[in-house]
Ligand binder design. Sequence first.
Ligand code: APR
Ligand code: ZN
Length: 370
Amino acid sequence: MREIRGAVIEAAGRPTSIETLRLDDPRPGEVLVRMTASGVCHSDLHVRDGDWERPGPIVLGHEGAGVIEAVGAGLDPSVVGRAVALSWYAPCLRCRECQRGRQWLCQGSPSLRHRQADGTTRLERADGSPVLAYLSIGTFAEAQVVPATAVVPMPDGVPPEVAALIGCGVSTGVGAVLKTAEVPAGSTVAIIGLGGVGLSCVMGAVLAGAGRIVVDVSRAKLDLAGELGATHWVQADPSNPQATVDGIRGAAGDGGPDFVFEAIGTPTTIAQAVAALPPGGTAVLVGLTRFGEVASFEPFPFVDGGRRILGSNYGSAVAAIDFPRYADAYLAGRLPIERLIDRRLPLDDLEDAFDRLRAGQAARQVVVFD
Ligand code: APR
Ligand code: ZN
């Protein structure tokens, strides 16, 4: 048992407060990780702002990296001291989807319940009341006990902030391009929304050898995407959605881009992604909407033109295989993940970071721990 500081919300839609909590020792199948960095992702903000119902009280954060401090009984203690990235979807390794290698679709993951595999949590308040960990890893905390299947060792030389981003935004965006959509070299790709996820789609499109068009309301985001290798850009005017569609089609030529990645999660931008497709084109939905939201499109040209829509969760990531690959690509200079980071902050400034993210002003902000 030790004391740690973590960012707790009482329930979805409530602000975070930094609390001192008690963290129990790891049990069999669990690992104690001292956190080194945790990115601030829009999926935390969805919970913070009440877009998604989640149980509470809960420590937020799901884009984390750290160092292994201890392991539960039965695990190899030689891993203590290893730098790791954390997967926010700990696979059970037993269900049908895990057995067929689609761990991002695992149906038995403890992450679905924000608890450890035995259904309990290792965190409590001073009065002994339990506190959950978002997606079983709750990375806005100085340390956490997490499922061993969420822990992926990183190669030497990967900075904590980069490892953290591999844990969510990078895997989600790069994987959407390379794994979910399997974009062929020479394709034309458009990316709508340039937060940490959309900018990672841009890096994925560069790796795939595809031409890329980027769309955002923010001029600064378009400039950053240009530095990452975007070839054309469209500055979106939310009051004129059709102009964005026309801009994407015009920049792509040939009637529109082969692929459009939507990395925001609003009905309007999802409809734009579908509307910008030429016959045979594919829209890849990466952004997550508020619960219950509905997007629409006209089915006749969609069916007549043989278009496709793919949903991409976590970039179809198999963390144990894909995280080290993305880390190697970073070390080889082919995935400039550090360019996405525009602010490092202490845990105490988390609410301010959420304010900037909500206003669309941030690329990736990362909480760093001493
Ligand atoms: N048109 C174009 N761009 C827009 C629009 C719009 N109508 N509205 C917002 N944007 C841009 C913002 O300027 C910002 O750059 O979309 C981007 C969204 O980025 P972030 O808020 O940083 O979100 P991110 O963390 O990248 O996550 C994106 O993926 O995993 C999901 O839950 C996550 O739904 C979220 C999405
Ligand atoms: Zn995320």
